[in-house]
Design a protein around this ligand. Structure first.
Ligand code: BGC
Length: 765
């Protein structure tokens, strides 16, 4: 053994946790082994060390690195978030191993929402792909890149169902539907955690925000949620349950109150439902500062009271406040909080650390310093091909008059719009460690696609908004929006002159990414006025007009739909967005995305969702009647329905074939449909199954999504898709809060969107 080896062996031994003698042989991932290990460790911990484990903090002005070092030394911190380089993470883990008494490793977490280094399309866009394999790939790569940066946990997936386009955080979720959201959550948890979050390239997930955050009143951020138990259990809770059944180790608790009780103070939610009914064994984490906020909610008198209530309600770990550390010791001393309660919460933290493999190897997601990338942002660390492939699948073609699209790669094309060349916006919000400079804008993507074949002209045309108040809001924390100093008229004149030289105009309009984010609720769902004026000016040129939308919510686009010849919803499509959009614009790929949210005609219709109840006086388009449920000043119904999206080819549907006219109790039936690609191009589409319980003990939705399948068909090809239906698809929560499938007639609707469907029925006996 040379001296280098012996030094490194000595260092390794010194860094072994003090309890290393408890670990015999390989790390055993059985619940029994974990319980024994964690119980043994708990016995060695002081009260302060236990309370330290319940604290999750971020490095920043409030907690500079020097302060964190001291906290680590005193065993006063359990986990860190927002630190994303191996060097920084290793340094903190070294401090634990070198300075703390028990050497309990930290875990490191981050908001890896749609990628870590590579930005994939935002979650709402991923939902628009309806492609579970693609979403699994996003999860695997995001986890890989996160784990490669040394992270152990992600604050994702967000499975907050929302019917509120005014709410900015709809961008982080999967839209309005319970089933679709649940499927997305389930697949992402499986993909990100892999076989085990302890694996080198897996991370533990933390499903959020439990519960019903997406239903904030009026879509106003952080607002109140009040809903019937039936709606909560039928529509809002199942996606969290699906993600937890898939094995998520963590749950982040919502900021909102639910029926008057703030989620962080809701022992019914966090204990009765989560732990007792759903048997959740992982960790609950408060959202940012949520424990302090119990005072503002008006359910806690003072900080001590807030801490007592949160801990007793079932919040294991507190995010970003010092309250647990400051007040729990006194609360235990006074007997207001018992040692058993502290042990319970600490056990949950230690359990997940065990599951992350940290007691086996605190550096498991780091590797040796010699393996650190020389450049954290190196191109070689990105997964561009996969990002482009997934992004193509998320684009939704909303209109295509007389086959305006695909465009030809010849002649002169004009690309105009404030979002056409914005690297930051195309990444989308919550872009983790993504670097704007690495994202491909639409301008770059179109240049790549047309190089040497067509002339491409560009003009910005407008600022994303001319509203100074909104510009300042968007630029509050970062230089997010660059405001052109020219007057709006000068910019429009340049755009019109550019358009006049072209055969066709592509116009990239929408929202700056900061308009669809946390704390970004809107009262207005139209495009900003600067952009609407630009569209009108370009429409007046008479050139064919292709609108490419970049936004992260359902917008109201009645005028723009009339003005445009083609309308492509591209959401925020990520690092490779510009290339992916160009692939679709030029027909190198055939669009196949479908809307995961209803697009209303006006904001006054909100909430507007496809799975509504029929009411006693449903509006009938064919026989309009004053005394029916509608608005008299707006056409009834959505602009674009849930599940909608066009293709460059045409699909035709056969009638639905049922395997039987009746379904017995505990039996099942199959519903089949044959889809034919009757157009001239190969293409993918999404076959959607909806059910309706025609007569039940409570009024049931006019339809509910109960299955879907994305299929790829060559031109001329047909495929039969079969959906098995069993009693689980028929069940609902009745007036007595029993989950039942009631006998009677069920309608089966299968289509390529939620409106135009082929229908059949069966009787449930
Ligand atoms: C958000 C969470 C997020 C957390 C940490 C909070 O403001 O509500 O979704 O995970 O910050 O960044």
């Amino acid at each position: 053994m040379n001296w280098i080896c012996s030094v490194s062996l000595a260092v390794t031994l010194a860094l072994q946790p003090a309890f290393a003698d408890d670990i015999i042989g390989p790390h055993q991932q059985t619940p029994q082994a974990r319980d024994a290990f964690v119980s043994g460790l708990l016995k060695k911990m002081t009260l302060d060390e236990k309370i330290g484990q319940l604290r999750l903090i971020t490095v920043g002005p409030e907690n500079p690195k020097s302060a964190i070092r001291d906290m680590i030394q005193q065993g006063q911190v359990g986990a860190i978030f927002n630190t994303v380089t191996r060097q920084d993470i290793r340094q903190m883990q070294d401090q634990v191993m070198q300075l703390s008494r028990l050497k309990i490793p930290l875990f490191f977490a981050y908001d890896v929402i749609h990628g870590q280094r590579t930005q994939f399309p935002i979650p709402l866009a991923l939902a628009a792909s309806w492609d579970l394999e693609a979403v699994a790939e996003v999860g695997r790569i995001a986890a890989y890149e996160a784990a490669d940066d040394g992270l152990n946990m992600t604050w994702a997936p967000m499975v907050d169902v929302t019917r509120e386009p005014r709410w900015g955080r709809g961008s982080e979720g999967f839209g309005e539907d319970t089933w679709l959201t649940g499927e997305m959550g389930r697949v992402l948890v499986k993909a990100m955690q892999g076989n085990s979050p302890a694996d080198r390239y897996s991370v533990m997930t933390s499903v959020k925000h439990f519960a019903a955050y997406g239903a904030v009143e009026g879509g106003r951020e952080y607002n109140t949620v009040d809903m019937s138990p039936q709606r909560l259990f039928q529509d809002y809770l199942p996606p969290y349950k699906a993600a937890l059944d898939a094995g998520s180790g963590g749950v982040m608790v919502a900021l909102n109150s639910l029926n008057g009780v703030p989620a962080s103070a809701d022992s019914w939610l966090l204990k009765d439902i989560l732990r007792d009914d759903w048997k959740f064994k992982g960790i609950t984490i408060s959202d940012h500062g949520a424990i302090k906020e119990l005072i503002q909610h008006g359910v806690a008198r003072d900080p001590q009271d807030a801490v007592r209530i949160a801990l007793k309600s079932g919040i294991d770990m507190s995010m970003s406040d010092e309250y647990y550390s400051k007040y729990l010791p006194g609360l235990v001393k006074s007997g207001a909080v018992s040692m058993a309660e502290i042990d319970d919460a600490t056990r949950h933290v230690l359990n997940v650390k065990y599951d992350m493999g940290l007691f086996n190897d605190p550096y498991s997601h780091l590797g040796p310093a010699s393996s650190d990338p020389a450049d954290t942002n190196a191109e070689s660390r990105l997964h561009r091909a996969e990002a482009r492939d997934v992004a193509r699948k998320t684009l939704v073609l909303l209109k295509n008059r007389q086959d305006t699209l695909p465009l030809k790669k010849n002649g002169t094309l004009a690309l105009i719009g404030p979002l056409a060349d914005s690297q930051i916006d195309i990444m989308g919000s919550w872009s983790a460690a993504g670097v704007a400079g690495q994202s491909v804008t639409l301008l770059q993507g179109m240049k790549n696609a047309t190089a040497g074949q067509a002339t491409l002209l560009y003009a910005k045309g407008a600022n994303v908004t001319d509203n100074k108040g909104i510009q300042d809001f968007l630029n509050l924390y970062e230089k997010a929006v660059t405001v052109d100093v020219r007057t709006p008229q000068q910019m429009r004149d340049e755009a019109v002159a550019t358009a006049q030289k072209a055969d066709v105009v592509v116009l990239a309009v929408g929202e700056a990414r900061g308009m669809a984010h946390e704390a970004s609720s809107r009262t207005d769902l139209t495009l900003p006025d600067s952009q609407r004026q630009l569209i009108r000016a370009l429409k007046a040129t008479g050139k064919p007009l292709v609108l490419v939308l970049m936004n992260a919510r359902a917008l109201t686009l009645v005028e723009e739909t009339q003005q445009s010849d083609a309308l492509l919803e591209s959401w925020y499509s990520g690092t490779e967005g510009g290339n992916a959009i160009a692939d679709v614009l030029f027909g190198d790929d055939n669009p196949s995305g479908k809307l995961p949210m209803t697009f209303p005609r006006s904001v006054g219709q909100v909430p507007m969702y496809y799975n509504h109840l029929n009411t006693g006086r449903p509006y009938d388009f064919e026989h309009p009647n004053k005394y029916t449920s509608h608005y008299f000043d707006e056409a009834n119904g959505p602009l674009f329905p849930f599940g909608y999206g066009l293709s460059y080819t045409h699909f035709t549907l056969s009638p639905v074939k049922m395997s039987a006219a009746t379904m017995t109790r505990n039996g099942s039936v199959n519903a089949s449909i044959t889809v034919t690609n009757s157009g001239k191009r190969d293409g993918a589409t999404v076959v959607q199954l909806y059910l309706r319980d025609e007569v039940a003990s409570i009024s049931r939705p006019v339809k509910e999504l109960k299955g879907f399948k994305r299929i790829m068909l060559k031109a001329g090809e047909s495929q039969t898709v079969t959906f098995p239906i069993d009693a689980s698809a028929l069940k609902f929560w009745n007036a007595k809060m029993q989950q039942v499938a009631e006998p009677g007639k069920f309608s089966v609707m299968i289509g390529l969107d939620s409106v135009r469907t082929e229908n059949a029925e069966f009787d449930y006996l």
